[in-house]
Design a binder for this molecule. Sequence first.
Ligand SMILES: Cc1ncc(COP(=O)(O)O)c(C=O)c1O
Length: 433
Amino acid sequence: MRLSRSQEIYKEALTWLPGGVNSPVRAFKSVGGSPVVMAKGKGPRIWDADGNSYIDYVASWGPLILGHAHPEVVEAVCVAAEKGTSFGALTDMEVKMAKQVVDAVPSMEMVRFVNSGTEATMSAIRLARGVTGRSKIVKFEGCYHGHVDYLLAKAGSGVLTFALPGTPGVPESFTAETLIARFNDLSSVEELFDKNRDQIAAVILEPIMCNAGVILPEPGFLEGLREITKKNNALLIFDEVITGFRVAYGGAQELYGITPDLTCLGKIIGGGLPVGAYGGRRDLMEQVAPVGDVYQAGTLSGNPLAMAAGSKTLEILARPGTYQRLEELGAKAEVSIKGVLDEHGVKATLNRVGSVMCLFFTHSPVKSYQDALTSNTDLYAAYFWKMLENGVYLAPSQFEAAFISCVHGDQELEETVRAIERSIEALKKDNLL
Ligand SMILES: Cc1ncc(COP(=O)(O)O)c(C=O)c1O
């Protein structure tokens, strides 16, 4: 496989962009080697700068549930662009899109659009602190909510302590109000509430953890969080930036039948353009400025191009059969992949919900962040490169999800399974398996 043009572009990028990229994981640090530079996408496939084509399971990290350059979405963006790219004033399309989102997501009675998932979680937490008058928040080890200072916190030596900043540049005082609990462990949450009585504004989590691979909530976990937060007058915030419109039209809250107080969205609702949103009960959302006192604003929020792409994407997703088909595709992929792994005696764990999945190179089931960390990341890196050589573009990190789109079909699944077979054989030949 020739990657010379990718390498040339990356080399020049290193001069102008830190690490040659605009978001760290794109630099392929977890899998080694020089990143593949992408040039175009169409449907389920993506082409790099050297003209190699791949079946794409990254989907721009989740947004592209309709595949690349869906004709109806492209047309909607073009029509919007002709009328002007930004007004910084209310437009009809924002109202239409707000109605679509509120109609879809069970917990949402009102919504505010922002420009990224990071902005959505940051704003939802500001609102939670504003309405409760409390400052502490609970997040879960392994959940990612964007690059908000106090959400980039990881646990110290003991998990149930105040969080330490996860990066230089975040003062310890900024994470002092962040408490870390363990996913799928209600007692860790109860303990935090016991120790911090009447101080916790909100519990925020990805209802399905999708940033440590894919980790499903155990039965009773989300229900338990709902009860604990209610009992303690704290808000429950679902970060559905990945799961929203992905695991069901109404997100994980529809799938599991749990209604949070606030919900954060991003990715899919932008149809491939930059968008985020937060919303929830009307009494909470009416605390946001200009109705209420909790300030939050944005020059490009509700941008016409992003609203056009998002609105069209939701309109297409709302057509009958979408999520059933995604589930069928996901189930088929799961059965086929597990079949190939069994056949070749490869011990790995595949976690899946609908069209989002992760193959962990570990022998044990993955139900917690700590379980995910038992994965063999070197083996994943080798597998990643073999899959690339065999025409399949996976995330360049063990701890990311694979996304199937509505335009993946049997042909793509068959090619993928063949690529997995070839990759396993090559890894065995190299004595890596
Ligand atoms: C669950 C979750 N929340 C928030 C974010 C942050 O979104 P953005 O990258 O648009 O700021 C991400 C990004 O991957 C995410 O996966």
